[in-house]
Design a protein around this ligand. Structure first.
Ligand SMILES: [Zn+2]
Length: 69
């Protein structure tokens, strides 16, 4: 299982890439979890310079580092 952790992380990053891009672009509503497609959508919480995206359905938590100019 551990041997596959890195591959899984890469896949995870790629499925979340669209979401991360959207959040970075300031779109925080109407987002769907790419892993479970929960109709309730994702919760976006801003904490200082980073944004935490949480899926209330599958409990996935993804941290988005906001690039500020
Ligand atoms: Zn989910």
């Amino acid at each position: 299982m551990d041997e596959n952790a890195e591959d899984r992380l890469t896949a995870l990053e790629s499925v979340w890439y669209e979401i991360i891009e959207a959040v970075n672009a300031g779109r925080t509503s109407g987002l769907l979890c790419p892993e479970c497609n929960a109709p309730d959508g994702l919760e976006v919480e801003e904490r200082q310079r980073r944004t935490i995206v949480t899926c209330p359905n599958c409990k996935r938590v993804v941290e988005v580092a906001i690039a500020t100019a």
